[in-house]
Design a protein around this ligand. Structure first.
Ligand SMILES: O=c1ccn([C@H]2C[C@H](O)[C@@H](COP(=O)(O)OP(=O)(O)OP(=O)(O)O)O2)c(=O)[nH]1
Ligand SMILES: [Mg+2]
Length: 151
C-alpha cells in the first residue's frame, strides 16, 4: 500500500529514538514508543493516555490502524490497553495516543522512549446496511453464545 503521512510531534522521535518501524522483515506491527516527559510508574489498575509523539493521516477509507498490546508486556507484566484495542480512523489527524492500562498487581515502570504497544494496519470494509423482514435460512440460525457446545 501507499506510504502513510505522519507528522512528528515530539522531536525526540527520529533523533533520540527511531521512528516507528517494523522490527523484522515480516513483522506485522510497528512498535510505538511512550513519548513521556518523565518516567511513569503505572499503579495496578491505573490507566494513562500516553502520546506516541506523532500524528498520522491514513486518508484511505479502505484502511484503518489498530493499536495492540505487545505480547511480552501484556502477558508478563499486565501492560495492556485501557480500551483493549485502539482503532485509528482513516480520517483521524490528531496525535496518536496509547491508553496504557496496568491490569496486573505490580507497579509497571515505563521510561520515556519505551516501546509499549504496537500499530497494525488493516483493510476495512464499509458496507451499507439493508433492512429486510426475514433472512434466508442459514446453518446456524439464531444459535450463539455456546450453542455448539465445547467438544
Ligand atoms: O487508542 C486509541 C484509540 C483512538 N485514538 C484516536 C484515533 C481515532 O480515530 C479517534 C477516535 O477513536 P474512537 O472512534 O475509537 O473513539 P470515540 O470514543 O468513539 O471518539 P470519537 O467520538 O472521536 O469517534 O481517537 C487514538 O489515538 N488511540
Ligand atoms: Mg468513534
Amino acid at each position: 500500500m501507499q506510504a502513510v503521512d505522519i507528522k512528528i510531534l515530539d522531536s525526540r522521535l527520529g533523533t533520540l529514538w527511531p521512528l516507528p518501524a517494523y522490527a523484522t522483515e515480516e513483522a506485522a506491527g510497528m512498535d510505538l514508543r511512550a513519548c513521556l516527559e518523565a518516567p511513569l510508574d503505572l499503579a495496578p489498575g491505573q490507566a494513562e493516555l500516553i502520546s506516541t509523539g506523532f500524528a498520522m493521516h491514513i486518508d484511505n477509507p479502505g484502511v484503518a490502524a489498530m493499536i495492540l498490546p505487545r505480547s511480552g508486556l501484556g502477558h508478563k507484566q499486565g501492560l495492556v490497553l485501557g480500551n483493549l484495542l485502539g482503532l485509528i480512523d482513516s480520517d483521524y489527524q490528531g496525535p496518536l495516543m496509547i491508553s496504557a492500562w496496568n491490569r496486573g498487581s505490580q507497579v509497571i515502570h515505563i521510561e520515556p522512549g519505551d516501546r509499549i504497544a504496537q500499530l497494525l494496519f488493516v483493510p476495512v470494509l464499509r458496507p451499507a446496511l439493508q433492512v429486510v423482514a426475514d433472512f434466508g435460512e442459514s446453518g446456524r440460525g439464531i444459535g450463539g453464545f455456546g450453542s455448539t457446545g465445547h467438544q
